[in-house]
Design a protein around this ligand. Structure first.
Ligand code: AR6
Length: 180
């Protein structure tokens, strides 16, 4: 685990599984527009949460790239799931702005709900094909840029599935630090 504090918000990087973050108030889902189970992160979250999550999601769908919605966590150890739709790389443009909106809108929902700790996977870097090094820069810079407006969120954890994603985010944190 590595950590860096941006404007009072601790950004943590860890290698692991997004469904195994019991101390997070919310985990973020790399969702599809229909908020259905699907594969990757979404499949894992819906499997762990049980069928009640898909049921709660149904009336909230469809969502558009860059937007986010919040639900309960059902059988997950987390009180909430925040579902955000990342851009499909090469199709949804402008990709970086849409990806930044995913992080910003998810953080704002968490803050409005009074949550302290939020865990994100690397949105759009799996099935949606966003190169992880570029996505990591957008993700970390957006969290750093949003930190000053957050009143309740104090810990933002990136849960990276493999070493390459972890290293990309570590580089992005080093880059985003003031006076690095
Ligand atoms: N915990 C943490 N990270 C994970 C996990 C996990 N359990 N599983 C995969 N990753 P993806 P996307 C990593 O494909 O690109 C779904 O079918 C993975 O290695 O889940 O936004 C939805 O229904 C990758 O780095 O999300 C959508 O249709 C990152 O998480 C579509 O995929 C994101 O991979 C969304 O695609």
């Amino acid at each position: 685990m590595i950590e860096h504090v941006f404007d009072g918000v601790t950004v943590q990087l860890t290698v692991g599984d997004i469904t195994d973050q019991p101390d997070a108030d919310a985990i973020v889902n790399a969702a599809n527009a229909q908020l259905r189970p699907g594969g990757g992160v979404a499949g894992a979250i819906h499997r762990a949460a049980g069928p009640g999550l898909a049921e709660e999601c149904r009336p909230l769908a469809p969502i558009t790239p860059g937007s986010a919605v919040i639900t309960g966590g059902h059988e997950l150890p987390n009180a909430h799931v925040i579902h955000t739709l990342g851009p499909v790389y090469g199709t949804d443009e402008p990709a970086a702005e849409l990806l930044a909106s995913c992080y910003r809108n998810s953080l704002r929902l968490a803050d409005e709900a009074g949550l302290t700790t939020v865990a994100f996977p690397a949105i759009s870097t799996g099935i949606f094909g966003y190169p992880v090094r570029d996505a990591a820069v957008v993700a970390v810079q957006t969290v750093a840029a949003t930190a000053p407006e957050l009143e309740s969120v104090r810990v933002v954890r990136f849960v990276l599935f493999d070493r390459a994603a972890f290293d990309a985010h570590r580089e992005a944190v080093i880059q985003a630090r003031p006076h690095h």
